[in-house]
Design a protein around this ligand. Sequence first.
Ligand code: NI
Length: 192
Amino acid sequence: MGVWANLFDFLDSNASSPVVERKTQMALLPILHYPDPRLFRRAARVTAVTDEIRRLAADMAETMYAAPGIGLAATQVNVPLRVIVVDVSEERNELLTLINPEIVDRQGEVMSEEGCLSVPGIYGQVPRAAQIRVRAWNEEGETVEFEADGLLSVCIQHEVDHLEGRVFVQYLSPLKQERIRAKLAKRARMTA
Ligand code: NI
């Protein structure tokens, strides 16, 4: 009890402390919708992991969790930099922030049923590598390298595609892509 009282005193008397401010500054970012041309741009490499990049990643994570989604690329929130956030855990507590992610090895093939926060309500079968090896920077700017399979592997491949300006529907047949464009255009007109 005393601990909580002290904590609240601390929060009250430190309303402008950096920690509290950072939390209140976090923001939900608007997500671009296919076929917005900004989704087809290739994102630039991050040259240094600054506080601005960390804030972007924190806002992206908040946006992903709120959507809710299992991954989000900076491209989707109209920031053309190579940053992705991913969390494929059931409990939503295994956030992975990857800066300048590269897929350095691919093994096997799977078909994955995918959706995307930029293409709401649309799902399709996409060919992906079954296993990948990923190299990236973490939020401290350190190089991390790891192997991924299953949903994590598919999700990272999907998000890295966004950084290349690729949306999953581009793997589908031209006819299907045309139908998706028509459906989303109609929906946009109805909600306008
Ligand atoms: Ni997506």
